[in-house]
Design a protein around this ligand. Structure first.
Ligand code: PEP
Ligand code: MG
Length: 311
């Protein structure tokens, strides 16, 4: 959301970027730097909340430090910027390497979250007038069974290398999870391995509204606040022109999130957050108050969020 004057700042200028407040300060004073590195609201809690890392590659997983695990591996990294589909072998190798890096710590790998706005060069797809609402995420995978089955087989092969959970993106209704589970279970039987837990991102308003029904077919939930806010407020998450709308914390949004967490707990499944709200102190405090079980945040935020809980 920064104005274009940001381009006038000379290369090499020290900048203080406060993403939470939406500020960029060139040449910050030493006191401002000291304040920024210490600023952190404190949270007092009496239960343990694991802090996981969001990663998009093996390299990033290796930098996850003392995170309690990986709460979101965006598997798109294997598919973008290449001319052919990554083979089952190649995928299995990468997933296993990430699982081994994390040892016994859990790793949630999200199946391909791609759509017409992020086309795959090797996958011919007709142009869509409204790609954000089109064939993307789990919708695409269910329409491209070969692509989906290859990824699931690779995940099943890698599963013995660590503690794997599989997560589906852009889930709208329970039937999408049921269909995916049927494919996963059939492949697991065929391959003679146990199927890992299967969960859903809650990032489409309908999934949040129907959380009770969805919880019956899921082993866990993860709140994707980035997309959930975009779709609830009809405000593009990438468009600074509607940034103020996107950032709104209306009580109705909190009420919906509270219902999702309650629905998960009624069904005795855990619910984490892997959207950016998990790394924003005050919002995270609210999520904790509502009962969230874990937070997964970008690698550079892991330490800061751990300190919030320790404070
Ligand atoms: C989200 O939508 O909140 C999320 C974590 O997924 P992504 O940012 O990859 O869309
Ligand atoms: Mg998302």
């Amino acid at each position: 959301g920064a104005p274009t004057t940001i381009l006038d700042i000379a290369d090499g200028t020290p900048l203080l970027v406060d993403g939470s407040a939406g500020q960029v300060i060139p040449h910050p004073a030493p006191e401002a730097i000291a304040r920024a590195t210490q600023a952190a609201p404190t949270i007092t809690i009496a239960r343990r909340i694991p802090v996981y890392a969001n990663v998009g590659s093996l390299d990033e997983a290796q930098r996850a430090g003392d995170a309690d695990g990986i709460g979101l591996l965006r598997s798109e990294f294997l598919f973008l910027q290449r001319a052919t589909t990554p083979s089952e072998d190649e995928q299995a190798e990468q997933y296993a390497a990430i699982l081994r890096t994390m040892g016994e710590r859990p790793v949630i790998i999200r199946t391909l979250d791609i759509g017409a706005d992020k086309p795959l060069p090797f996958l011919p797809m007709p142009p869509e007038p409204n790609p954000q609402l089109g064939v993307r995420g789990i919708r695409l995978c269910l329409q491209q069974p070969d692509l989906f089955r290859t990824q699931l087989r690779a995940l099943l092969r890698a599963s013995t290398a660590g503690t794997l959970k599989i997560m589906l993106p852009m889930v709208t209704c329970a039937s999408e999870v049921a269909q995916s589970r049927a494919v996963l279970d059939a492949l697991a039987v065929e391959m003679g391995v146990a199927a890992p837990p299967l969960g859903a991102m809650i990032e489409v308003p309908m999934a949040a509204l129907a959380a009770r029904e969805l919880a019956e077919v899921c082993d866990f939930f993860s709140l994707g606040t980035n997309d959930l806010m975009q779709f609830l407020l009809a405000a593009d998450r990438e468009n600074a022109g509607v940034g103020a709308l996107y950032a709104q914390e209306h009580p109705a949004v909190w009420s919906l999130i509270g219902q999702v967490i309650a629905a998960a707990h009624e069904a005795k499944i855990p619910v984490g957050v892997c959207g950016e709200w998990g790394a924003e102190g005050v919002k995270l405090a609210r999520l904790v108050e509502l009962g969230i079980d874990s937070a997964s945040v970008a690698v550079p935020a892991v330490q800061r969020v751990r300190e919030l809980f320790a404070a």
